[in-house]
Design a protein around this ligand. Sequence first.
Ligand SMILES: Nc1ncnc2c1ncn2[C@@H]1O[C@H](COP(=O)(O)OP(=O)(O)O)[C@@H](O)[C@H]1O
Ligand SMILES: O=P(O)(O)O[C@H]1O[C@H](CO)[C@@H](O[C@H]2O[C@H](CO)[C@@H](O)[C@H](O)[C@H]2O)[C@H](O)[C@H]1O
Length: 462
Amino acid sequence: MTDHADLVEQLVAELPCWLPAQRWFAGKDRPITAVRALAATELVEGDPQLLHVVVEVVQGDRTEPYQLLVGRRSHPPEIASSAWLGADGGLNFYEATGDADLTAVLLDHIVAGDRVGPLVFEHEAGARLTGGLRARPITSEQSNTSLVYGGQYILKLFRKLSPGTNKDLLLHRALQAAGCEHIAEVVGSITGELAGQPATIGMLQVFLPDAVDGWAMATTSVRDLLAEPELHADEVGGDFAGEAERLGAAVAHVHTDLAAALGAHPVDETELDRTVAGMSERLDRIAAEVPQLAEHAPALHKVFDALRDLPPGRPGISMQYIHGDLHLGQVLRTVGGWLLLDFEGEPAAPLEERHALRSPLRDVAGMLRSFDYAARQLLVGQPEDPATTERALEWARRNRTAFCDGYAAAAGRIGDPREHGELLRAFELDKAVYEVAYEHANRPDWLAVPMAAIARIAHGGE
Ligand SMILES: Nc1ncnc2c1ncn2[C@@H]1O[C@H](COP(=O)(O)OP(=O)(O)O)[C@@H](O)[C@H]1O
Ligand SMILES: O=P(O)(O)O[C@H]1O[C@H](CO)[C@@H](O[C@H]2O[C@H](CO)[C@@H](O)[C@H](O)[C@H]2O)[C@H](O)[C@H]1O
């Protein structure tokens, strides 16, 4: 680190102010008390220069590692103003994921299978890759940073790091080995070092330029419906139910392949107890921060506690690796069918929780919540109109049913999610509680969306 000690020293001084403004920074809930550099690796020498930097961010009793790409050059490139970090003599330094002159080197190292200091660049066995491509960062709001190389590959740089193989890479590799058709092919990875252990820092996949995400398709369908006040959801041109059914089947295939590749076992009483305890703890924690939720807490606790009366080992309730944060923005419709993305799990969940074996019904519940979101997002901020609300909810019911039909037809041993109504309802409510915290922190205008579902489902509604 000594060769770049000056730059790294200035960088860590800037980061406490700069990090909270970055979309991917996960620690916006507390002030930063210190930032320390853990490693700096030079990937491009001279002017321009590129460093890969790992820092640890201290926020009271919480310390978390993050990675950055830092560029330094005399002639500033055209990049977003939010990427600027500072100036050092005649040289500017900045977060470099938007600097296409510099990021090309990451793909080239993967193609060549290079090792640079502690960084190991690898391509997957049998992958034939083309180098020499320039990258552009994708612009959607994200937890990580993804670079698209020449419309052919997408490299996800995980921002918050953890030791070991990242769950996203682990599950993609397992599904790929099982021949699963519902993921984008993984073709390479980058591994760094954290606390003396290997840690995934990047994953390279085939990019699908013609894919459309499920959220865009579903919300277009809702818009089409609301524009035709005389018609029902099954009568408008943009009906989504056929897609929802195929999406259900894709999710079921992914669950079946994950269980076959990485194992599954029937839930036992201790696990059921732990599940209920986890839901109750999350509810109490979030209700303490969001007063609107607190008034529904007794009804929610009742639904969660009732799970303890379920017969243990009931067939079909299995524990296995799951996606963990499934929603319409995590699925892509391609010409060959639906693909699932981003198997990391909920961004705020601790590492052990993301890797714990859990019920696949949680993913089903996540997607059911997403149909509710798609239906309600056009109503946010609009004057209350019961007829429009009912039509939007009719859309959600139709697509939730189609999704479950598709899932049930393809799920084999896992079966029809609707046969486990109590569990599915509890998982949906637990997800809605999580969404209350997410919206409270990120999009307060949308808080009404999960709150409406909680008010409806917790008090006996569908
Ligand atoms: N293989 C791919 N082909 C096309 N677009 C993709 C691909 N992988 C990801 N994307 C796009 O990138 C976005 C972010 O990817 P994701 O894995 O969800 O990142 P994050 O962990 O940062 O949320 C997706 O919503 C999707 O639009
Ligand atoms: O995609 P991420 O892993 O960053 O997930 C987080 O952000 C999501 C929003 O972008 C959030 O999803 C919620 O809003 C969606 C609509 O924007 C909706 O489809 C989902 O059902 C709803 O949960 C997700 O919860 C959060 O973890």
